[in-house]
Design a protein around this ligand. Structure first.
Ligand code: C2E
Ligand code: MG
Ligand code: MG
Length: 727
């Protein structure tokens, strides 16, 4: 092109000008160019055009030449060229050598009026006609299109970056932050000011302080920078409990790594949901296990239940090996009293303690089950000595336990049955154990008994008993025996206790057996009334001899539940001409804890009529001594088990003295029962016990034996006095 500083070119131009329009000598070159070339005179007229210009603007060369260049420029671009012309001329005149300018954009105008984007490059051509302009047009429609595509892609990209939930950080190969999106800033809580400082170290510090394990975060970063092509995915735990997933991949341009893109995704809600789901699943599994356990477990004690026991027993009996199989069935003695007196919570505590002790008595492979209530069973397989285990259980159960402030001594009756040589089904084995257990109860509780075939006969007898007892009551076969009770102070018999006797076909059935049967079968009231009537009438002569003498009659709690009990007793006493003040009713502690309040009312109205109430078997119940003051009683009878602790008479038995002193301080009369030796009688007399009863003085006797009983008692009293005097 043209350079005004070049003298040779200036000369050539001058030469050209004389014979040609400006640029004409380049016509051939221009014609071959793909771009549209126009030469424009200073007045704006087109003096030359090439074929590409014809094609671009839709005019023929003839039509273009002589026309003002405005016809090929869209409105708004025409002045621009004018100004550009001026500036070119200025540049030329100022001699700064800027005759060539970088291309600029215009909008071209075709003959048909359509516009199109174009780039135009201009240069100045100087001739004697003055300066003219060579303008080269190149349509940019295509480039515009691709630019628009790029812009669109860019805006899409940035919109995507800003709308994504991921936080994105781009770091150049030089380690400097090349860009972040808004989400990155807000996820990490980065203050804008910090970001603006471009202090990457401070930014890193800010990031690290939030992480629970910043060291491994840094290590990972270093690892990745050591391997620019590596990609990674890991999880970041935050101090505040959030969790991010971190992805990192290299940023590449034309296969060359130019940096690294980090993206962070807050997966806290997802992780929490996963954790919840995991926990829910674990809970579900635990519940299923619990349900399964519950199906085979006693919920209170955690022992096996009846079902599991039966399964285990059946399995043991069908086992290949001929190992011993023993069943120990046990039932707590007087458990009902614990429940009645101390409440169900205490009862539960007792059952739990019993379960614990039972487990401790057997091996890990043995089964201990609670069959319900206070009934337990132990299954021993391959045990060398089941009797020894039974002994251990009875002993270990009898150790006292403190429950809710009360000292309890659990006791049980245990029946042991073992698989015999002949085949035996589970139900039969269990039944044998049951029979043995019943025998243990009947034999006085707190013991074990091994099953014996004879026990089956006893069982038959037992089922027989109720029917026979009913018959005996109807036929007045029950009789009364009287046992004297002596006053050491008065040295005389002052009371008789009426005790029921049943001779069944020549065999004497103990009250301990038939009284519970009577209570169960509704016969107790009839027996009680019978006892009282017989007692009143048979003892009347002796009672009439001295108003201070009395008759004591045992009364069962079952009788007291009868609302007419007090009235009936008083009516009967009147009918027998018996002074109610000569009547003592012996009741056991459990009647005071009967939930039926009428029971107490009966006793209260009887006491109001002068009848005295005595607490029988005192000390064996579950109530503490301290509760004595709350009970509506006039006397206590210290149980035989306490008396039997006196052997030599030299022992210290504070329990006896406290019982007596406590009762006395409450104004109660104290009787000691079961006295068999003079030593016992002397010991208790020394403790100021008011009344003494026992075989030492006399066995219970029928009314025909009253005199003998009194004489024997007198002898014993004499002997007692002699003993006391000798000491
Ligand atoms: P309990 O009322 O404590 O009667 C005392 C028991 O001890 C009586 O037994 C008596 O024979 C016995 N015994 C008296 N002295 C001695 C002794 O020195 N040594 C020994 N080892 N025992 C002695 P029994 O007659 O067999 O009566 C047992 C229980 O049956 C009575 O205990 C009482 O609770 C109940 N019972 C007896 N008769 C009746 C009755 O008519 N009605 C009610 N509800 N229960 C009765
Ligand atoms: Mg009694
Ligand atoms: Mg008693």
């Amino acid at each position: 092109m043209v350079s005004h500083g070049d003298g040779r070119l200036m000369d050539a131009a001058s030469r050209l000008q004389s014979q040609e329009v400006p640029g004409q000598r380049y016509q051939a070159i221009f014609d071959a160019l793909p771009d549209a070339v126009l030469v424009i005179a200073e007045d704006g007229t087109i003096s030359l055009a090439n074929p590409a210009a014809e094609a671009m603007f839709g005019y023929s060369r003839q039509e273009l030449i002589g026309q003002h260049y405005r016809i090929i420029l869209a409105q708004g671009f025409r002045d621009g060229v004018e100004r550009f012309f001026a500036s070119l001329r200025l540049g030329q005149s100022s001699g700064d050598g800027t005759s060539v300018h970088p291309p600029f954009e215009v909008s071209g105008l075709r003959r048909d009026g359509s516009e199109f984007p174009s780039e135009v490059a201009c240069s100045l051509l100087v001739s004697e006609h003055g300066p003219s302009l060579t303008a080269t047009f190149r349509t940019t429609a295509q480039r515009k299109e691709s630019d628009a595509g790029l812009r669109e892609a860019m805006s899409l990209l940035s919109a995507t970056l800003e709308s994504t939930a991921d936080g994105i950080l781009v770091v150049g190969s030089d380690g400097e932050i090349a860009g972040v999106n808004d989400q990155f800033v807000s996820m990490w809580g980065i203050p804008r000011e910090l970001l603006a400082t471009h202090d990457d170290a401070a930014l890193m510090g800010f990031v690290l302080q939030q992480l629970s394990d910043p060291a491994s975060f840094l290590e990972k970063v270093h690892q990745l920078y050591a391997h620019p092509n590596a990609e990674s995915h890991d999880v970041l735990e935050f101090n505040d409990g959030r969790t991010f997933e971190r992805y990192s991949r290299p940023q590449k341009v034309d296969q060359k790594v130019v940096g690294r893109v980090w993206s962070f995704r807050d997966v806290t809600p997802r992780r929490k949901a996963q954790e919840q789901a995991r926990k829910a699943l674990a809970d579900l599994a635990e519940q299923a296990a619990q349900l399964k356990a519950m199906a085979f477990q006693d919920p209170l004690t955690g022992l096996a239940n009846r079902k599991l026991f039966h399964d285990q027993l059946t399995e043991a009996l069908h086992g290949e090996d001929s190992a011993a199989v023993d069943v120990l069935l046990l039932d707590l003695d007087d458990f009902k009293e614990v429940n009645d007196i101390l409440g169900h919570h205490a009862g539960d505590q007792m059952l739990i303690e019993v379960a614990r002790r039972l487990r401790a008595c057997v091996g890990p492979d043995d089964t201990v089950a609670r069959l319900g209530g206070d009934e337990f069973v132990v299954l021993l397989t391959g045990s060398p000595d089941a009797v020894e285990v039974a002994e251990r259980i009875v002993d270990s159960l009898n150790v006292p336990v403190w429950i809710e402030g009360a000292m309890l001594r659990p006791s049980l009756s245990l029946g042991l049955a073992s698989m015999s040589q002949d085949a035996m089904v589970a139900s039969e084995l269990l039944r044998h154990a049951d029979v043995a257990m019943y025998a243990a109860k009947a034999a006085g509780k707190n013991r074990y008994m091994r099953f014996q075939p004879e026990m089956m006969t006893a069982l038959v007898k037992r089922t027989d008993m109720e029917a026979s007892l009913r018959l005996a009551v109807d036929n007045d076969e029950l009789t009364v025996n009287f046992q004297p009770i002596v006053s050491p102070r008065l040295e005389a018999v002052t009371q008789f206790e009426a005790l029921a006797r049943w001779d069944k076909g020549g065999e004497r059935i103990p009250p301990a057996l038939f009284i519970p049967t009577a209570e169960r079968s509704g016969l107790m009231s009839a027996i009680g009334t019978h006892m009282m009537r017989e007692g009143f009438s048979q003892l009347r002569p002796w009672l009439a001899g001295d108003r201070t003498r009395s008759l004591s009659v045992n009364v069962s709690g079952v009788q007291l539940r009868d609302r007419d009990f007090a009235d009936n007793v008083l009516t009967l006493a009147e009918a027998c001409a018996m002074d109610p003040r000569q009547l003592v009713l012996e009741v056991t502690e459990s009647v005071f804890f009967d939930p039926d309040e009428h029971v107490i009312e009966q006793l209260v109205s009887l006491r109001n009529a002068g009848v005295r109430v005595s607490l029988d078997d005192f000390g064996t119940g579950y109530s503490s001594l301290g509760r004595l003051q709350d009970l509506p009683v006039d006397a206590v009878k210290i149980d035989r088990s306490f008396v039997s602790m006196i052997r030599t008479g030299a022992e210290q038995l504070p329990i006896l003295s406290s019982m007596i002193n406590m009762a006395h301080s409450l104004g109660l009369t104290v009787t000691a029962e079961g006295i068999e030796t003079a030593v016992q009688a002397a010991y208790l007399t020394d403790l100021d016990c008011d009344l003494l009863q026992g075989y030492l003085f006399s066995h219970p006797e029928p009314d025909t034996g009253l005199e003998i009983a009194i004489l024997r008692s007198a002898d014993a009293i004499d002997a007692l006095e002699g003993l006391r005097l000798r000491r």
